[in-house]
Design a protein around this ligand. Structure first.
Ligand SMILES: Cc1cc2nc3c(=O)[nH]c(=O)nc-3n(C[C@H](O)[C@H](O)[C@H](O)COP(=O)(O)O)c2cc1C
Length: 351
């Protein structure tokens, strides 16, 4: 059956998705990624039990700030919890796809029976997918890691497909690898060759060369970018530019050293941070975002960023606000953001 998600994932062009990332891919940041050409973005993982118990995490994290198609990701430990949460999220947000987190290796998540711990529970991944697919009309996808045993990885992916998943994202690392070592593109390729549903390749895409390598080595026509997008939503534009023209984006060609941003890219980064703050403000998100950390990410790699980071750290150093006092937090962070922007404009020039 055709859907917004199947239209996007089955389009012939090479696609780049923005990965779900806790504390990063809030609605404002996703809007920025989409603005820079991400073909689909994903929310941070939304915990099924938390949602069913009425916390407001999903209200802040799950909506769209730009009306563009996006995926909502659920983490949970049972088929019942995940499928019920999927129904709620479908009604609340009408996402293009509902993604189930079967990859998060964080000890806290794994201890609670969620994320990557699901992968080794015989039959449970398929049961979760089957019940969720049965409960919603939105396509359901799964984001998984590979297992230590390649054949078991393939069998698991097949069981997820047979249970009705519309797509699978494979991060080519095992749970134990966390984020170290290399993502195994050969295993992703085998999953892609075995399944008939779309497979999205995830892991280690950070520039034009790594994107080309992952497309080539996996044979997938969609890659998903995580860490390289943190503080740098322009990554989608630069890689899209390369995929459509075969050339390096002019902003990147200005770089004198591979790791230092050139003048146009720097101006773009500052402009993106300003736009980001504007989106946080318009969508009442300042109260739930650690703007200081996000500013550090946005300034990473800029000339003299070490000093800028020290200056940002010194701002509002001794201010203590009750984490539950949302209006006060919002005001304080808006003020902090304005001071950070003033530092950036003074240092790098107004964009
Ligand atoms: C800060 C951070 C938060 C993450 N949060 C999530 C999450 O909520 N759900 C998820 O499926 N994966 C999460 N991930 C994993 C990423 O989506 C992605 O699979 C991983 O970073 C590998 O891709 P990369 O090499 O492009 O970073 C997170 C990763 C990072 C670094």
């Amino acid at each position: 059956m055709s859907s917004l998600f199947t239209d996007i994932i089955s389009s012939k062009k090479k696609k780049i998705f923005a990965a779900p990332m806790a504390d990063v891919t809030n609605p404002a940041f996703r809007a920025l990624c989409a603005m820079h050409g991400a073909d689909l973005t994903f929310t941070e993982m939304i915990n099924a039990d938390g949602l069913l118990n009425g916390d407001r995490y999903a209200e802040d994290r799950g909506f769209s700030a730009d009306g563009k198609p996006y995926g909502v990701q659920i983490s949970g430990s049972t088929a019942e919890g995940i499928s019920k949460a999927a129904c709620l999220l479908e009604d609340m947000f009408h996402p293009a796809v509902i993604d189930i987190n079967m990859g998060c290796p964080s000890p806290r998540i794994v201890r609670s029976g969620c994320g990557a711990s699901l992968l080794t529970k015989e039959g449970l991944p398929a049961q979760i997918v089957r019940e969720t697919v049965g409960a919603v009309s939105t396509p359901v996808s799964v984001k998984m890691r590979i297992l230590k045993n390649e054949d078991e990885t393939i069998r698991l992916a097949e069981s997820i497909q047979d249970a009705g998943a519309a797509a699978v994202t494979v991060h080519g690392r095992t749970r134990d690898m966390m984020y170290a070592g290399k993502s195994d593109t050969a295993v992703i390729r085998r999953v892609r060759e075995t399944l008939s549903i779309p497979v999205i390749a995830n892991g280690d895409v950070r520039d034009e060369a790594s994107a080309s390598r992952v497309f080539d080595e996996t044979g997938c026509d969609t890659v998903m970018i995580g860490r390289a997008a943190i503080g740098n939503p322009f990554i989608f534009e630069r890689i899209s530019f390369f995929l459509t023209t075969g050339k390096i984006h002019p902003f990147i060609s200005e770089r004198l050293h591979a790791s230092d941003t050139g003048p146009s890219e720097t101006r773009q980064r500052v402009a993106d941070f300003i736009k980001y703050c504007d989106l946080l403000d318009k969508n009442d998100l300042f109260g739930c975002v650690n703007i200081r950390a996000h500013a550090q990410w946005f300034t990473s790699g800029l000339a003299d960023s070490g000093n800028i980071r020290l200056m940002i750290n010194d701002l509002h150093k001794n201010v203590k606000i009750d984490i539950n006092d949302r209006p006060a937090l919002t005001e304080e962070r808006k003020q902090l953001a304005a001071e950070i922007i003033a530092i950036l404009e003074e240092h790098y020039g107004a964009p």
